[in-house]
Design a binder for this molecule. Structure first.
Ligand code: 13P
Ligand code: SF4
Length: 362
């Protein structure tokens, strides 16, 4: 039963001691979060992997791209373990390496540069810089690292786009169209200069002429959890709870972000709730496990999810305490199960793009 599982996890943790660190994303279920040594958003978790060199094993309770990033940023000796290898991210899967390569070649033709070796023009700027959201495969981070590009997370997307516009006229942003659009809009870029890039169509479904004016090319990806949030839900929350404060994740569609009072990463959402007052009513547009945990932590406030239908991230949910117990007990027995290893040829250029992100300061 569950109690038995928790006892086994605690026992294995105690045996492994300093050799182990368990990282958990905010979207993990409570049964898993209770065992994490550190909980954070995807940027904080990347930093956590970077700053725990004493741990021999990093057990990552999150999704595949996060564990890959932890492997790239941790030392060569450290082992990163994903308790369930089927914990992926459907958004990350929406941009594959081949489609991005093809798009890049088409883009190079439109703007007249060498796709392998883009050169700055007389303004000292590149025609396009590729920016990948953290929610992408290590191969795409490597793609960015090799072409002057960079990684961003939901907590630093503005800083990263500013970094990119200091160096280039345009950005190719993948996979999340919504984070790209919401961030570019907040920076004052008009919607007409944000064409969508649909990888199933030639030139992403655009004319070469339209693309001349573009400032950001938005890949056709989205998060199936966050695209469920609607303006109607926000209107209803405001009607039913006058004075309600609405905060959503920037993976929500633009009209939802516009109708909310605030948008921010999972940690920004946590901080928003932390800074609220007793009796406040807060409606949140993000994954349900996180919203329910905040509601339980702050019982003197009314905190609820905008979507009345329970909306967990089904892949985050694949990390079950049973898998956690299994990988930990294997470690105790001297075996490493479910290790995530990014091959050197991908890890090295991917780290370049990640290091640019870590060095970009607001
Ligand atoms: P954060 O970077 O805000 O933690 O978001 C990660 C994620 O996958 C949101 O869906
Ligand atoms: Fe991916 Fe969406 Fe789940 Fe985040 S919430 S891990 S973007 S599917």
């Amino acid at each position: 039963d569950d109690e038995e599982l928790h006892r086994r996890i605690r026992e294995a943790k105690a045996t492994l001691g300093e050799k182990l660190v368990i990282l958990g994303h905010f979207y993990q279920r409570d049964e898993v979060v209770q065992h994490a040594d550190f909980i954070g958003d995807s940027f904080q978790l990347a930093n956590a992997a970077l700053t725990r060199p004493e741990a021999e094993a990093i057990v990552f309770c999150g999704v595949h791209f996060m564990a890959e990033t932890a492997d790239i940023l941790s030392t060569a000796e450290q082992k990163v373990i994903l308790p369930n290898l089927a914990a992926g991210c459907s958004m990350a899967d929406m941009a594959d390496e081949d489609s991005v390569e093809t798009a890049w070649e088409e883009i190079a033709e439109v703007y007249g540069f060498d796709p392998e070796n883009p050169q700055p023009d007389e303004d000292g700027k590149l025609p396009v810089i590729p920016v990948t959201y953290m929610n992408s495969s290590a191969a795409l981070k490597a793609f960015c690292g090799q072409r002057g590009g960079i990684v961003c997370t939901s907590s630093n997307a503005t800083t990263v786009l500013e970094w990119a516009y200091e160096r280039a006229h345009r950005v190719l942003f993948f996979p999340d169209q919504h984070l790209g659009r919401n961030t570019a809009k907040a920076m004052g870029i008009p919607l007409e200069q944000m064409p969508m890039w649909n990888p199933r169509q030639p030139l992403g479904g655009n004319s070469a002429e339209d693309l001349q004016e573009a400032k950001v090319l938005l890949w056709h990806g989205f998060c199936s959890v966050h695209k469920r949030f609607t303006v109607e839900q926000i209107d209803k929350a405001r009607q039913e709870h006058p004075g309600v404060k609405v905060i959503v994740h920037p993976e929500c569609p633009m009209p939802v972000v516009d109708a909310a009072d605030e948008a921010g990463s999972t940690d920004a959402i946590r901080k928003f709730v932390e800074a609220s007052q007793p009796e406040d009513v807060i409606a949140v547009g993000t994954e349900i496990n996180m919203v329910n945990r905040l509601a339980a932590e702050y019982p003197d406030r009314t905190i609820f999810c905008l979507d009345p239908v329970i909306c967990p991230c089904s892949t985050m949910y694949r990390i079950h305490p049973g898998y956690l117990a299994w990988v930990l007990e294997d470690l105790v027995a001297g075996e490493v199960s479910n290790q995530i290893t990014v091959p050197e040829r991908i890890a090295t250029p991917a780290k370049i793009a990640l290091d640019r992100m870590l060095a970009a300061k607001p």
